[in-house]
Design a protein around this ligand. Sequence first.
Ligand SMILES: *Cc1c(COP(=O)(O)O)cnc(C)c1O
Length: 390
Amino acid sequence: MYIKSQRVANIPPYLFSEINRKKQELIEQGVDVIDLGIGCPDLPTPAHIIERLLEEMKDPNNFKYSGYSGCQEFREAVAKFYKKQFNVDLDPETEILTLIGSKEGIAHFISASIDPGDFVLLPDPGYPTYRTATFLANGFPYSMPLLRGNQYLPDFSIIPSHIKEKAKIMFLNYPSNPTAAVAGHEFFQEAVDFSRENQITIAHDAAYQMVTFDGYQSPSILQAEGAREVAVEFGSLSKTYSMTGWRIGYAVGNRDALKSLSVVKSNVDTSQFIPIQKAAATALTDDQTCIAEYNEIYKQRRKWMLKALQELGIEADSPKGSFFIWATVPKVFSSSEFVKNVLEKTGVIVTPGTAFGEYGEGYFRISLSVPTERLQQAIDRIRSKLVLSV
Ligand SMILES: *Cc1c(COP(=O)(O)O)cnc(C)c1O
């Protein structure tokens, strides 16, 4: 006999698992499914990173437990990366923590920071983990609407006082998944000022910090004045270096927040495999030309896709970061109807905006994680098999 907890029972089904089930069904029927739904890069991890892993695999000393906060070399590599990229000085001992992928750190940071009944401010549409991890910690999520008219930035001035009083953490995520919007120094300063005033800790999810285009460079929230008092930034090697399955990321910033996170972590995991951390250190400190190369590939795909969407009469902004396109659903459909129609009629998977929150209604997300030929096939099928207007 088994009875699950109310916390787990209250979590809505992970939308991507439902889409995956449908995908499997279609594949079994012989359909050539084109998956523009998942946020996982198709490009390989650069060879020099793999070589370092293989080399470290030969040293038996590397097969022991890593230190709880991660290996020294990796934390120092993160510090070097922050200095070079953002001119931010970080102490590898107290201001940097190794994560088993940033998702792990984000989820554990919520249980490290809130008590039952506390509120967590989160972007809507936004990465679903913020919401579900809040439920798992018996907290209440509070949606900050991200509207196109406000460049998908939250408006802090409309958050009611009683919510601000009960909120302990606020999630931000730029470049944003799913909206592909970016934020500048000015916005981050505004966010830091807001959170100092209201004693709310900022958790900035910077998973796409290095996936940017057109000369745009994404700032770190730690560049804002006073940020270290109130902010933690979550970084990931998954998207930047195509290392999703490696499970390696980091948290940087406020010491007390990181200490609290490390208390939770040291009781549930013992950090990442040392060779993976060392290979990740190489990724952060060695030749960075792979980033520009990969971003150029996403940029070409994006350019092609934006033009194709425009020809279909589908509206989308030209993003400066991430490998997503956030597009407007043709008026005759709701988000979920549209996605269901596209999948059933064309075998193409896109993600409904509502998978990321109620304010995602009216939008869908395209992931540019397949080669341009596949994008072309997807658009050809949509053009020939779907009626997009009345
Ligand atoms: C992919 C993704 C993550 C998780 O990355 P990992 O480091 O692989 O856990 C976190 N946040 C956002 C917004 C993402 O898209």
